[in-house]
Design a protein around this ligand. Structure first.
Ligand SMILES: Nc1nc2c(ncn2[C@@H]2O[C@H](COP(=O)(O)O[C@H]3[C@@H](O)[C@H](n4cnc5c(=O)[nH]c(N)nc54)O[C@@H]3COP(=O)(O)O)[C@@H](O)[C@H]2O)c(=O)[nH]1
Length: 511
């Protein structure tokens, strides 16, 4: 029994050992399972984190891509807008206008309708820009743009062509009269001054109108003819509209042929100078001569400067022509002086474009050196509008001329679009009373203006020369008001150099 008990206890022990061993194995297995599970969990966690991170990156990238796509689209829209609109005024530009005009013409052709095109230019805009600065000029353009837009229907177009030029397209008009009504509305819209940076600016418009199909069969002809009509509106006094007429084109063709002929005239030396005396109203002696250009055009009569100087100014040919005039006048004056003739001063007309050209001053110096003329014998005649441009540069050029010893005269005094402050700022030697005032001496207004200019010149210690004296009555009036010098047909028209030499040599004029 005891043996049996021992054996049973042994068996129990063995079983317990086996149980322990099994428990140990189970624990080991469990630990290993837990370890694996933990590992798996860690793996899952890290994978999830990686996925999350990747997903976030993907989201960020997607958002970025979308933002870039939006920005690209916005830029494309902006660029398309900018390509078709004017930056300063926001109006359709030349390209968009051409497009709309072409479309309107196509529709008008199909439905038998009319289209009107108005070419607009702000009168004297350059003066405003030059005297008050570009910032004021820009604001004025914006203000004009708004007024124009307020006058037209939504289906019509106001565009800015550049500078101070605008084009208005009226897509459906019954006849010329409806276009004229619109032009009158635009002119009326400018009747009140524009307030810009404290300035009250009176901007007026010159408008040229052409109609499809009456004045042209395609967009190009319609624009060109409206531009031609606008040019005529400017020439005939500004602040008005003009309908295109075919004779305007004849004038444009004539202008074109004069321009071409002027090139040849320069090459072939077809220009000559005539001289008109300036006369002392006290003694009748010659105090100087004004050099005036004429054109000996082959197979034509002597051509007056009125017929070609403005064309030469528009196409830039006035620069070489003006240089020739200055050289020839100085050469001739020096010849007379060397021949012992008492010339006084030779006066030469200078166009604003020449005066403001970058080589003007050096050109004057060069010509004086070349001809040997003492600068004191040279007087340059400038118009008020020429003096009003770019006042700093003008002051510097005038000062340099004064240092050289050259005299400065204001031509056509009283007719310019200017303020009188330049008389204080620039040292002007001579005021030339415009002939329109002298010829108006018989009327009260003319007399008052002439008296005022003489008085102003005297108090500013300037010489005053009355231009365009034709009658004894005008002469007597000027003498009685102490005007010291004059010029005009009363003594004679401008004459060629040889005739002028005879005048210089001999005679004293009656006065
Ligand atoms: N830039 C340049 N302009 C020039 C030059 N030469 C002339 N001109 C300008 O052309 C305009 C016309 O000149 P012109 O036909 O020579 O007429 C001048 C005189 O003949 C005329 N005049 C003179 N006296 C009288 C008169 O008693 N009555 C009358 N009706 N006309 C008269 O006036 C013109 C001179 O004018 P101004 O120069 O304003 O003193 C004219 O604008 C010229 O300036 C040139 O070389 N360069």
């Amino acid at each position: 029994m005891a043996g049996q008990r021992e054996e049973m206890a042994g068996q129990r022990e063995e079983m317990a050992g086996q149980r322990e061993e099994m428990a140990g194995q189970r624990e080991k297995a469990m630990r290993s399972q837990v370890g694996k599970a933990r590992l798996k969990a860690a793996l899952i966690k890290s994978t999830a984190a990686q996925l999350r991170e990747a997903n976030e990156r993907l989201v960020v990238a997607t958002v970025r891509a979308q933002t870039m796509a939006d920005a690209a689209e916005q830029t494309t829209v902006q660029m398309a807008y900018m390509a078709e609109h004017d930056f300063l005024t926001g109006l359709p530009n030349r390209a968009l206008l051409s497009d709309r005009l072409a479309q309107s013409i196509t529709l008008a052709r199909r439905y038998g309708k009319k289209v009107a095109l108005m070419y607009l230019d702000i009168d004297h805009f350059k003066h405003i820009n030059d005297s008050l600065g570009h910032a004021v000029g820009d604001r004025l353009l914006q203000s004009v743009a708004k007024r124009l837009q307020a006058c037209i229907r939504l289906s019509d177009t106001v565009s800015r062509q550049g500078g101070d030029e605008f084009v208005v397209l009226l897509t459906e008009v019954e006849d010329a009269q409806s276009a004229i009504l619109s032009a009158e509305k635009l002119i009326e819209a400018m009747a009140h001054p524009c307030l810009v940076n404290g300035h009250r600016l009176h901007a007026t418009l010159s408008i040229g109108i052409s109609l499809y199909p009456d004045d042209g069969k395609d967009a190009e002809a319609i624009i060109r003819n409206a531009d031609t009509a606008m040019y005529q509106a400017k020439k005939s006094g500004r602040n008005k509209y003009m309908m295109f007429t075919p004779t305007m084109n004849d004038r444009a063709v004539t202008r074109q042929s004069i321009e071409q002929a002027l090139h040849r005239a320069l090459e072939k030396q077809e220009f000559v100078l005539h001289y008109q005396p300036k006369v002392s109203l006290d003694t009748g002696t010659i105090t100087g001569a004004e050099a005036l250009i004429r054109w000996q055009r082959p197979r034509h009569r002597l051509v007056s400067p009125k017929q070609f100087v403005s064309i030469a100014e528009e196409c830039g040919l006035i620069l070489p022509i003006g240089k020739w005039v200055l050289h020839e006048a100085c050469r001739q004056a020096q010849d007379w002086l060397q021949a012992g003739l008492d010339l006084g001063q030779i006066a030469v007309n200078v166009s604003p474009m020449e005066f403001h050209g970058k080589n003007f001053l050096s050109g004057v110096r060069e010509i004086l050196n070349d001809t040997g003329l003492d600068p004191r014998h040279l007087e340059l005649e400038l118009t008020e509008s020429g003096l009003m441009q770019d006042s700093e540069q003008t002051a510097a050029t005038l000062l340099a001329l004064k240092h050289l010893g050259v005299q400065i005269a204001v031509d056509d005094f009283g007719t310019g679009y200017s303020s009188l402050s330049y008389l204080r700022n620039f040292r002007i030697d001579t005021l030339k009373i415009d002939k329109s005032f002298v010829q108006d001496i018989d009327g009260d207004a003319g007399e008052a203006i002439v008296r005022a200019i003489i008085a102003m010149g005297m108090s500013l210690k300037q010489r005053v020369v009355a231009e365009g004296i034709e009658t004894q009555h005008q002469l007597a009036f000027l003498q009685s008001h102490n005007c010291k010098e004059g010029q005009g047909y009363y003594w004679g028209r401008p004459v060629p150099a040889e005739e002028f030499a005879t005048l210089l040599a001999g005679k004293t004029f009656k006065c």
